[in-house]
Design a protein around this ligand. Structure first.
Ligand code: SF4
Length: 466
């Protein structure tokens, strides 16, 4: 019998289809986790174990997966009033909650002159909505047992900080998700797949992505939203091919969708059928010369930079250099060392906000050269708007895949970099990944930005114009 769990709330926030598949399919049917996903999960478990160790929390003892026995053992601990309970088992009608911690707090309940509240240990740096909803779910199950709704729930974040919040503030949202999950429990088809950034790390992507491709689903089109897909389907536009030739006359015929949006979606659908980007006309922009490209690999968990790399000049035949800081304290020195080798007039092209955010944080406590930040030029936005791509572009990997036709992970997945850091072959792996990303960025710049700046209407070998 499938049950709604705390994980269902987390999954639902990520993607309703994920929650539906989790509720209906056997775990064995999930794709196996990638090594870096296991690495991240292991770090989370280790952090939790260290945090819990010093609390002296008691854990209910029961035969593996016998949750009925687990719930009884939990009730015994609750009635004893022990200060902390680790991995309690809370059951409700087809619902099962396994919160990390229950904490005894003052205030009468069916248990005595005290009651409990839920504390979950998370490996993120800040509290997220899905985590709060999980705690709300556990708290509802706990309330039924102790016959008192706890006022607060809490999250312990990776820096050990506790964020305590009023459950009443989230009660309506939690009840709403609970209702949606109840609906999905009875109907797996109640949530359709939609290609989104979350699909990359999802354990059902081996099912959803081929399914979407087989029926040429509109969510495969760059720039598509749930709402636009629903409206287009109501107008009889159900596939990429149908969208590629959709030329509605008037606002009603296009379902009152914006005419510019329809044009963009149609171009993206055409790009998909062509299998290559279609250059978009755009206003002439300041030339990106002279320039170098700067890139970094990070360990988000540890909040540190693993390696910086530069390619100068910003071309595929540019010279590659890189630096690997020994520690967080060494990051600033490593970065400046790389910069000193670059021409002072060179713009520093980078992808996304990681570099300026890091720089701002570091420069705050130092006498930083004010001119350096002014040299940063973010090229992600320019690249996204430079063409209609044959697939949704969420980040650098999709730009590389759809813009260049290259495998963005041929030198490894960025998420694995933190794992390499502890390996003996780390030097080679980090350098190869940095260099590969820099060469891809240089190729994207040359093929999509430089060509368009030089001659907006010209066709190149890899960029189709129309
Ligand atoms: S692969 Fe994507 S659409 Fe499918 S369940 Fe996962 S996140 Fe949802």
């Amino acid at each position: 019998m499938k049950r709604i769990t705390g994980t269902s709330f987390y999954s639902f926030a990520k993607c309703p289809r994920l929650a539906a598949l989790d509720l209906h399919l056997d775990r064995k049917e999930r794709r196996p986790p990638h090594p870096w996903e296991e690495f991240v999960a292991r770090r989370g478990r280790e952090f939790e174990a260290v945090f819990v160790r010093d609390l002296g929390a008691l854990e209910p003892q029961y035969p593996e997966r016998d949750f009925a026995a687990g719930a009884l053992a939990t009730l015994a601990l609750l009635q004893r009033g022990v200060p902390w309970i680790y991995q309690a088992v809370l059951r409700g009608e087809h619902r099962l909650g396994l919160p990390d911690l229950l904490r005894r707090v003052p205030g009468a309940s069916a248990l005595g002159d005290f009651h409990y509240e839920v504390v979950d240990v998370k490996s993120s740096g800040r509290a997220r909505g899905d985590q709060i909803l999980q705690v709300s779910f556990y708290s509802r199950l706990l309330a039924a047992i102790q016959q008192r709704v706890p006022e607060h729930g809490a999250l312990v974040l990776k820096d050990g900080r506790e964020e305590r919040f009023l459950l009443a503030d989230y009660a309506a949202a939690a009840a709403n998700v609970d209702q949606q999950l109840e609906r999905l429990l009875g109907d797996v088809a109640g949530a359709r797949p939609f290609l989104a950034p979350a699909c990359d790390s999802c354990h059902w992507n081996h099912r959803c992505v081929p399914e979407l491709q087989a029926r040429q689903d509109l969510s495969l089109v760059q720039g598509m939203s749930h709402g636009a897909r629903a409206i287009l389907e109501s107008l009889g536009v159900n596939t990429v091919a149908e969208l590629a030739t959709f030329e509605p006359e008037g606002a009603r015929a296009r379902g009152n969708l914006d005419a510019v949006l329809i044009r963009k979606l149609r171009r993206a659908a055409q790009s998909m059928l062509l299998g290559k980007p279609i250059a978009e006309p755009r206003p002439r922009q300041a030339p990106l010369e002279p320039a170098a490209i700067v890139h970094l690999l990070t360990d988000p968990w540890a909040g540190r930079v693993l390696a910086f790399g530069v390619l100068s000049p910003a071309r595929e035949d540019g010279a590659f250099a890189w630096a690997r800081p020994a520690s967080r304290a060494d990051e600033w020195r490593s970065f400046l060392q790389l910069l000193t080798a670059l021409p002072r007039a060179a713009q520093l092209l980078h992808f996304g906000e990681a570099l300026p955010h890091w720089y701002e944080e570091q420069a705050f406590s130092r006498e930083a050269d004010v001119g350096t930040a002014a040299r940063f030029v973010e090229i992600g936005r320019r690249l996204r708007s430079a063409a209609a791509y044959p697939g949704p572009v969420f980040g650098l990997p999709e730009l590389v895949r759809h813009g260049l036709g290259r495998d963005p992970f041929r030198f490894g997945h960025g998420g694995a970099a933190a794992m390499w850091d502890g390996e003996t072959a780390a030097e080679g792996l980090l350098a190869a990944k940095l260099r590969g990303d820099l060469l891809d960025l240089a190729a994207l710049k040359q093929q999509l930005l430089d060509v368009a700046d030089a001659a907006p209407a010209a066709a190149t070998s890899s960029v189709q114009t129309s």
